[in-house]
Ligand binder design. Structure first.
Ligand SMILES: Cc1ncc(COP(=O)(O)O)c(C=O)c1O
Length: 426
């Protein structure tokens, strides 16, 4: 009997998905393979992929250099849970590339990386509160989902958990500030400075760029008050620039978390930063005050490390980042002129190879201004694109471009967008 793949996926996976890919059943599909900037489903449909495994596959699917490095490594063993030459080479490259990196610990995902960064900050300062920006995502742990998609828009700094099952204690520990609002953030930091261990932030929050002086301001206040600054570079790392957002914006945090693009499509996470903080997890200190427990069975596995080294090798090729920025600009400017031509009020967000469209005539600078956009139209647009063969996550609607995308792909996406927009805004 022929398998009905979508039926089976709804039978076996809650919501027919792996999580946070909120497609209605009639849009759902099951993928079979990917190559370059294309994904293919089991029914033979081809998509232009702008989800890129949520940004992981920065060179495109099944890049020959990455595939070859993985093939070579799997013959030599897949995981040792111990220091190995491949992971060591990777750490060396990270320290070379990332301004804040003096030491590195590997993890298996971005969630794990930010989780540990927060723990390091608390252990180092002996304080327990965390300041997070409204609408930022730092992974699936309790802190990461605090005020991720808040609906009640409580007064700052009160958090609103986006998931049930979150610890009450964590809720009490997290303070929420508005991104790009230095004055309000400074007021919260001043008020809680004695209890505040760290500020964690996406330097480019989702697709909203930092306003002039915002990152510098946060760096200055945190440094003055002995508060650890964590950059969550899970999205921006190796994407905005080889040295991540910290190189791109010229602001160096104390700790940074990486994932996604670092692994080139293979599971990885990494925390790096000042040695003084990172050394908290030295095992010889077990049992002593301030010791950070750190363990992750598959962390530093040589297959992901080999994929990562191959990916970074490709990213270091001359012209890569110029190309990423040019591609992103082409898509953003294409959207701007298209939406202007169709007289649809919108803001086109993003930087580097990232792009997002918000249907509002108000400039988007933080979660609340994005929240006021016409999100219903946004969803109809995303689903329309999906139906027409553009593979994107309709939850976030952040579009990721890879090294494999061509100018023709951008042209095709804009053409498809034109017809979808005409239907969504008749
Ligand atoms: C900024 C940011 N941090 C952390 C994470 C969590 O990474 P992972 O899904 O690898 O756990 C994500 C995932 O989307 C992210 O966008």
């Amino acid at each position: 009997m022929k398998t009905d793949w979508v039926d089976l996926s709804f039978q076996l996976f809650p919501g027919g998905s792996f999580g946070e890919f909120n497609l209605p059943r009639e849009f759902s599909t099951v993928l079979s393979h990917g190559k370059g900037a294309r994904l293919y489903d089991v029914y033979g449909k081809e998509f232009i992929d702008v989800s890129l495994s949520w940004g992981s596959v920065i060179l495109g699917h099944a890049h020959p250099a990455v595939t070859e490095a993985v093939r070579h490594q799997i013959e030599r063993g897949s995981s040792f849970s111990y220091v190995n030459d491949v992971a060591l080479r990777l750490a060396e490259e990270m320290v070379r590339a990332i301004p804040c990196a003096e030491k590195v610990r590997f993890a298996a995902s971005g969630t794990e990386a930010t989780f540990y960064a927060l723990r390091f900050a608390k252990a180092y300062t002996g304080k327990s509160k965390i300041l997070k920006f409204e609408g930022a995502y730092h992974g699936a742990h309790d802190v990461g989902v605090m005020s991720l998609f808040p609906k009640r828009l409580l007064p700052y700094p009160l958090p609103e958990p986006t998931s049930a099952g979150v610890s009450k204690t964590v809720e009490e520990e997290v303070l929420i500030a508005p991104y790009n609002d230095l004055e309000t953030t400074q007021r919260i930091i001043d008020r809680y400075s004695d209890e505040l261990a760290c500020v964690i932030m996406e330097p480019l929050q989702r697709c909203t760029p930092p306003m002039v002086g915002f990152l510098e301001g946060i760096r200055k206040i945190t440094k003055e008050r002995g508060i650890v600054l964590i950059f969550d570079e899970v999205v921006t790392g190796f994407r905005l620039a080889y040295g991540g957002a910290q190189e791109y914006y010229g602001v160096t945090p104390d700790l940074a978390a990486f994932g996604k693009a670092l692994g080139g499509g293979y599971p990885i996470g990494a925390i790096c930063g000042r040695a003084e903080l990172m050394d908290r997890c030295t095992e010889a200190n077990l049992g002593q005050e301030g010791y950070v427990w750190f363990a992750s069975t598959l962390a530093g596995n040589p297959v992901s490390a080999a994929a990562s080294l191959a990916t970074l090798g490709e990213l270091r090729r001359p012209g890569t980042y110029e190309r990423f920025h040019a591609l992103g600009r082409m898509l953003r400017e294409g959207f701007k002129s298209l939406l202007e031509e169709l007289r649809i009020p919108c803001q086109v967000l993003g930087d580097g190879p990232l792009c997002q469209v918000a249907f509002t005539d108000e400039p988007v600078k933080d979660y609340r201004s994005a929240f006021r956009a016409d999100r219903q139209k946004g969803r109809e647009f995303a689903l329309g694109l999906f139906r027409e063969g553009i593979f994107l996550n309709p939850m976030g609607t952040k579009l990721y471009l890879s090294r494999a995308h061509t100018d023709e792909d951008i042209g095709a996406m804009l053409e498809i967008s034109r017809s979808v927009l005409r239907r969504v805004f008749p």
